[in-house]
Design a protein around this ligand. Structure first.
Ligand code: ADP
Ligand code: ZN
Ligand code: ZN
Length: 730
């Protein structure tokens, strides 16, 4: 017998299928095996078993031995492996590594087992044989019950090692090894049984009765989506099937996890980055051995080795973090669609602010739309007040807080309530803005905001590479008061302290949450302090349920609006709507103050009315006109190397080959060009890119040809990769 093996080395040169002889070994598809490879012995994965090989049989080497006593990769995942490699142009090994916990590969974490003792003796018979002064043995005997199992360490501790060993020697206790799993800690909460609202029941019925569908569950914040997910899962489990539920990493709060644990007990396994290596390893193993039936986790949990899937749920489906933006690049929703089709089970995408892409699919009938437009407590959404910061300037207030926001904060503090101030800044965002009329420079061709690049003092468009002179004078009103740069969380905290020196101000952003558990700590402290103000980035926008937050302030809403990104308006709508959902969650009325220099921007009007559909209609039309996704696909080939001449050579070669393609597929190429990347050098490496925008119909055909071009242009001194609809174009 022979096997096709992928060796565990991440390098293109060896990422091939190798044949090995497995005659005499008890191994099959999906098993890890140790194989001789050159001078070394290396671990590999069997992806196929076959009777014969095309190679000279006498030269095909034998495997050395199996690594585990079970196949670590299921049949389904092997099929997925082939799909992902083809679809995303990935290496086999990079995909395979997604499928098992990294702890398994390094061999640093081992399975644990515990010694278990079973009592098989007869109490009366033993009693007469024990010396009457052997207190420990007598007590032990008293404690034991026929055919019951005990952990050896527990008995040792309670009745002494000597007594326990004596019983084992005499054959009263029989020792066995039993797998033992490390498990994450949980807050213990009660399993809340609620009566479903009509809308919830309808959603549940719909999902369970249309099993071949992808459902878009569009429900406002607080409409009770989580209860729908849990109830669907409960039904699926009763049928003997399994479930995967994905939640963005940032929303995987102890609260959410504990609710699942309370309802489903040990049937739940959790996979996220906060676990220790041992815990992650054991949770994965419980899933693989079919002991856990429900997987709750962040993005990578989509690869959990559950079998007989009955439902896949992706909560907050609009979240960017579901896309992997570094090698191996993939889209979680694509993977979910594959697993849905393989298992013939429903896929549920849930959101209060669905991605335009998903809503378009619902609009076209590809997804089944389920709506839950009201909050479960029947309360209205908090009122959103738009404050024009230009009129603040005209009135002499040039600070970062409007008079309205200061007034509301002051009130909130006097009433011993809480406030959250939000700055939606992502990465570096340095647009230029006229402080008199609010004008922001945009690319004339692409209608996205330009980004200021300090190193060459230029404004650049990240979508076509066009470069513009920096603004010295506003083209709209002639003012010379042009400001560049953005307010950060730190600045907001400092300013707050000058206004409210005695109030507790907490800050939450990438800098303050890098240490383990710091995120939880800040939330806990905020939860316990009144009055208090929490200042933060998008981290504070999601999921939190603080009953005493009465004021939410969006300090500079435009900062996400003017990111040089065709999705910036969509993201602004989503972030602010989510953020607004933090206010007024109990009896006190909540208020949202939205500060902007562009108060008449259509985005804010729709936000203030909680009009998602209105926003969707407007935005989807703009996308169609401007030929941006979801009506086109953006492809970026990024090339980097320390050798400028060499990288240029490869870019040119690639460019010319794709140019021929573009001629062949004239109608499909909306845009095609090669240029320096917006950031021309990082860590001493020169960066170039080829940008392509394709129409939808034949995109897969063309993308495959582009992959072939990449293979033809391969040069081991230049690294380059293909990005599809990347969210960052730096
Ligand atoms: P969403 O995920 O849609 O934002 P949640 O699932 O967080 O909403 O629900 C909001 C709150 O309503 C939660 O505290 C939840 O326990 C509660 N809840 C959900 N369904 C019901 C119900 N049928 N009856 C009473 N309370 C409910
Ligand atoms: Zn102006
Ligand atoms: Zn442009």
């Amino acid at each position: 017998m022979f096997a096709e093996v992928i060796v565990d080395i991440s390098a293109s040169a060896v990422d091939k299928i190798y044949d090995y002889d497995i005659t005499g070994f008890d191994v099959g598809e999906g098993c890890r095996v140790l194989v001789p490879f050159g001078k070394f012995s290396i671990e590999g994965f069997i992806i196929r078993v076959k009777e014969t090989t095309d190679y000279d049989k006498s030269k095909v080497k034998k495997i050395l031995k199996p690594v585990d006593d079970f196949p670590v990769i299921t049949k389904e995942m092997i099929e997925l492996l082939h799909k992902m490699c083809k679809f995303y142009h990935l290496r086999y090994i990079d995909v395979l590594r997604l499928f098992i916990p990294s702890e398994m590969r390094t061999g640093k974490v081992k399975s644990l087992s515990k010694a278990v003792l079973e009592f098989v003796g007869n109490k009366e018979e033993i009693f007469v044989k024990i010396r009457k002064n052997a207190k420990n043995q007598l007590n032990l005997l008293n404690f034991l019950e026929k055919n019951k199992k005990y952990y050896k360490t527990d008995l040792n501790n309670a009745y002494s090692l000597v007594a326990v060993n004596k019983f084992i020697e005499s054959g009263y206790l029989i020792e066995k090894k039993e797998d033992y799993f490390r498990s994450p800690d949980f807050l213990s909460v009660e399993n809340k049984k609620v009566k479903h609202s009509k809308l919830q029941q309808k959603a549940i019925d719909e999902i369970l009765s249309k099993r071949d569908k992808t459902h878009l569950l569009f429900g406002v914040t607080g409409s009770g989506k989580t209860e729908v997910y849990m109830s669907v899962i409960e039904n699926i489990i009763k049928e003997g099937k399994t479930a995967i539920m994905l939640v963005p990493e940032i929303s995987l709060t102890p609260q959410v996890l504990s609710n699942f644990k309370a309802r489903f007990k040990d049937l739940v396994a959790i996979l996220h980055s906060g676990l220790s290596s041992g815990e992650r390893f054991d949770e994965w193993k419980r899933i693989r051995l079919n002991q856990a039936k429900i997987v709750v986790g962040a993005r990578s949990a989509i690869f959990a080795p559950v079998q007989n899937l009955g439902v896949i749920i992706i909560d907050e489906e609009h979240e960017q973090s579901y896309n992997s933006e570094s090698n191996p690049r993939y889209f979680t929703k694509d993977v979910a669609e594959f697993r849905k089709n393989y298992n013939k089970c429903p896929l549920v995408l849930g959101s209060a602010t669905p991605s335009l892409d998903s809503f378009l699919k619902a609009d076209r009938g590809i997804y089944n739309l389920i709506e839950m437009p009201v909050r479960i407590n029947g309360k209205d959404m908090p009122k959103i007040q738009i404050v024009d910061m230009l009129s603040e300037i005209r009135a002499g207030n040039t600070g970062i807080f409007s008079r309205t926001l200061l007034y509301e904060l002051d009130n909130c503090i006097k009433n011993k309530k809480q406030a959250m101030l939000f700055i939606n800044r992502r990465g570096f965002s340095s647009f230029m803005r006229c402080m008199d009329c609010g004008y922001v420079a945009k690319c004339t061709d692409c209608d996205v905001s330009l980004v200021y690049h300090k190193e060459d003092n230029m404004l650049k468009c990240h979508y076509c590479g066009k470069r513009y002179k920096v603004l010295t004078k506003c083209p709209s009103c002639g003012s010379e008061r042009i400001k560049q740069g953005a307010v950060g969380t730190q600045k907001i905290v400092e300013t707050l302290k000058t206004y409210f020196p005695d109030v507790k101000v907490l800050r939450m952003d990438n800098d303050t949450t890098s240490a383990k558990n710091s995120y939880q700590k800040i939330l806990k402290e905020f939860g316990e302090t009144k009055p208090a103000i929490l200042v933060g980035t998008q981290m504070i926008a999601k999921g939190h349920d603080f009953k005493d937050v009465t004021v939410v302030g969006i300090v500079d809403a435009d900062q996400s609006l003017y990111q040089s990104d065709y999705k910036s308006t969509e993201r602004t709508f989503e972030l602010i709507t989510q953020m607004a959902g933090r206010a007024g969650r109990s009896d006190d009325e909540g208020k949202v103050i939205l500060q902007t220099y562009a108060p008449r921007h259509y985005c804010y009007k729709f936000i203030a009315n909680y009009n998602y559909k209105g926003f969707y209609n407007k935005e989807i039309n703009l996308r169609e006109t401007a030929l941006f996704p979801p009506f086109t696909t953006i492809i970026r080939l990024l090339f980097t190397s320390e050798n400028n001449d060499l990288v240029l050579e490869v870019v040119k070669k690639c460019y010319n080959k794709i140019f021929d393609l573009a001629n062949l597929y004239k109608d499909d190429f909306v845009y095609y060009d090669a240029m320096k990347s917006p950031i021309t050098r990082i860590k001493n490496k020169y960066r170039y890119q080829i940008l392509i925008r394709l129409k939808k119909d034949r995109e897969f055909e063309i993308i495959n040809k582009i992959y072939s071009v990449c293979d033809e242009c391969y040069n081991h001194k230049v690294s380059f990769f293909v990005e599809i609809n990347p969210s960052s174009m730096t």
